[in-house]
Each structure stands twice: as structure tokens, then as C-alpha cells.
Design a protein around this ligand. Sequence first.
Ligand code: G1P
Length: 290
Amino acid sequence: MKVRKAVITAAGWGTRFLPITRSQPKEMLPLIDRPLIQYSVEEAINSGIEQVIMVTSASKRAIEDYFKHSPELENYLAGKGETELLKRMGEISGMADFCYVLQKEPKGLGDAVLMVKAVVGNEPFAVILPDDIIDNGIPALKQMLAIYDKYNAGVVAVERVGDEDIRKYGIIKPKKVEDNVYQVLSLVEKPEPSEAPSRLGIIGRYILTPAIFDILKVTPPGKNGEVQLTDALNTFLKQEKLYAVELEGTRYDAGTPLGWLKANVDLALKREDIAQEFREYLKKLLTSSH
Ligand code: G1P
């Protein structure tokens, strides 16, 4: 069955990015000139997704406002004869069929996914965590959909993580099935390095089947007192197969200041309109500091 819907989870407090996230949703921080969350939406659309379901919280109206049609701005730009900018602004509001679901309290990724049960219904769907920016010619989700189609089963994206970072990730126990693809035998959320079943950590992309919803309903809070999607997936394995894929591309954890800075610099160096001047600036900066 075709995957038509993608869920973007954007209801957390953004504690790793305080204090800016006191009043500014983390998902609206800019990468160059677009908010983080737009990269997730573009990835979904460029992977063939038709409907984007955002899980947000009451304090995140800025996300909904951003993707809304803005007649005032459009009239202003039309009046100024800014036709190119006007066209680009129209493209943002027309980007996808958007739907918003409120998560009242941030009770974990598992709880956020459970919120979309009624909107997703009885079909497979994707989950995107907008902190994880994956830069690649073939969008991350599109690479995962190819694995979903091949094995006709759920898929998670994984990356090799260093021992010092194991505690930040859901870690899988893998059985290799082909280059870069594994069958998942079990999963554990944020284990101690000594207890981790491998060094393959889940990065924020999932393709799931609707069986996950009934499991999430009865999944008790786990690590950090939150309902963990990783725990629900462990139960899911008793009913259905799950695969993991190491994706092509560069992944940034843009939900932290350092990861966000790296993403900004790398992406700026790829932007035709600013790359040359920015590269010269960086060169000068590096030579003058040595
Ligand atoms: C979540 C998941 C974790 C996954 C990570 C990827 O954790 O619970 O399994 O490895 O996203 O970014 P969080 O980063 O929200 O604590």
C-alpha cells in the first residue's frame, strides 16, 4: 500500500536549545532563510507524500502561520511588483495538504505518534523528526520508501554512533540482509554503551504500519518517563517485521546549537547566491585566526 501521509512531530520544548526556545519554536529556527521544519516538509513532498500531519503544541502557532496563505503579504508584494518573491511565497502555502494535531503535553514521541491515529487511519505512514536534517540528492524518505516497497514492512533509518553518543539514541539489534539494510531483531531506547546491542542508532525517520497505534495505546512510559516509540516498536516486532537502513547523505542534529551551526555552514556553502562570498569569508577568518 502506498505511503501517502507523513507525520512531523513538533510538540517538544526544545530544551537542548534553550533559552531561544522559551518563545521561539525550535522547528522555526532558520537554516539560512527557511525554518528547519520546511526541510522536513520538502523532503516529504519530494518523496511523493501527499498529506503532511504536524503534531504541535499550543505554543507553536508560528508553525501553522508560516505554512498559511498570507493575503496581506501577497498583496504587498504584488503592489511592489515583486513577482518572483510573490510566486515563491505562494509555493510555501501551497506546498502540501497540511493538517495539525495538538499534543496537550509533551509525553514522548510514542504519545505524539498516537495522537495522529484518527487522521492516519488504517494505512502505512512516515514519521519525520524535524531536528534531523538529512542532506542528499535522493531525499532520505524516498530512500526508505524503496526499502519499504522491497520488503513490504516498516523501516527505520539508522546511523553508526560513537560510544559517547549511544545514550542519546534508540539502538537496534541488527541482522544484515544486504549492504546497508538490516532486519531489526530488537530495540532499546537510550541504553548504556555497555548494554547496547550494536552501534546502530535510530535517526529521526520511520515508516510504520497502523498496527503501531494499538501497541502505543498500551505502551507504558519508559525512559525519562515518556512513552517511547522505540519500546512500542519492540512489541511491534512480535507481529510484523521491521527493517533498518543506513541512508546516503549527511545528517545534522539541528536541534542543538552546534549541529544547527554545522548545518547552516554546510548548506550555505551549497547555496549558489551566497556560497562564493561566504567561502571567501571563512577562508579569511581561518587564516587570520592562525
Ligand atoms: C528520539 C527517539 C530515539 C531516536 C532519536 C533520533 O529521541 O526516541 O530513539 O534515536 O529521536 O533523533 P530524542 O532525540 O527525541 O530524545
